[in-house]
Design a protein. Structure first.
Length: 255
């Protein structure tokens, strides 16, 4: 390669490096900053994570958010109050096709239930012109249950049928031998102090969700054993703690 060609190659490399640096230095979006602000108020040890991502760019803001989500929650008395208003919900959380009434109802439910949409505890979902749906995450259901003094834990799993002898088995967890077993449903048992456990058992065929073409929705198609177990658990939690969780649905029941 001639000296002139080497110079041109070096120049191209330098220009590419400058472009990469400019891209990496792009500032975080307002939505990213709002998520980080709220996560820092509720997660234990957020300061250590924050120090790793200085200066904060758009690229590493996404990495920081994912790390913050994995941190344990602060104790209730240590959490800073998270304040958000209708405008914040509209700008950062609500889908564009949601109307003001739907956004206001979502906002009021989040306040009443103390569900933080910035921690993916609450979702406002709307498809086309259909009425918006307000749903809460499984983690929120569990968080509320753990705050109840009578809560004593849970067990949950799936129901499978052996392809050979047709034997039905209820097992804890989500493992299934798809070559030799057929997924039939899910179950969950929630334990309450000095009361009978609340038990739910669901048939997969009754709860699996389909799109307009009759095909299972993404997660029900990819991991139906996980989805049916989570759905059974949220149903059992809602029945066990109706006052705290009654009248709301989990994201897994609608996905």
């Amino acid at each position: 390669m001639s000296e002139e060609m080497l110079k041109q190659q070096r120049l191209i490399t330098e220009l590419e490096e400058e472009f990469d640096e400019e891209q990496g230095e792009e500032e975080p979006t307002p939505k990213q900053m709002k998520f980080i602000e709220n996560l820092m108020k509720t997660k234990e040890g957020g300061e250590k994570i924050q120090s790793k991502y200085t200066p904060l760019t758009k690229k590493n803001a996404s990495l920081m958010i994912e790390e913050l989500k994995k941190l344990p929650d602060k104790r209730e008395e240590e959490k800073e109050e998270i304040k958000f208003d209708l405008d914040t919900i509209k700008r950062y959380i609500a889908p564009e096709n949601a109307n003001d009434t739907e956004i206001r109802i979502f906002y009021e439910i989040c306040k009443e239930r103390k569900a933080n949409p910035f921690l993916n505890e609450a979702f406002l979902i709307k498809y086309g012109n259909e009425p918006a749906k307000i749903v809460l995450s499984k983690d929120f259901f569990l968080k509320k249950a753990r705050m109840c003094k009578d809560y004593r834990g849970f067990k949950a799993g799936i129901i499978v049928k052996k392809r050979g002898d047709g034997m039905i088995e209820r097992r804890e967890g989500c493992f299934i031998d798809k070559d030799n077993e057929e997924l039939m449903g899910g179950w969950a048992k929630v334990f309450i102090d000095e009361k009978e456990p609340v038990y739910e058992e669901l048939a997969l065929r009754s709860y699996i969700k389909y799109d307009k073409e009759g095909k299972p929705l993404k997660f029900w198609n990819q991991m139906p054993e996980v989805m049916i177990r989570k759905t059974a658990l949220t149903l059992a939690l809602r029945e066990a703690f109706a006052e705290e969780l009654g009248g709301v649905y989990s994201i897994d029941e609608l996905e």
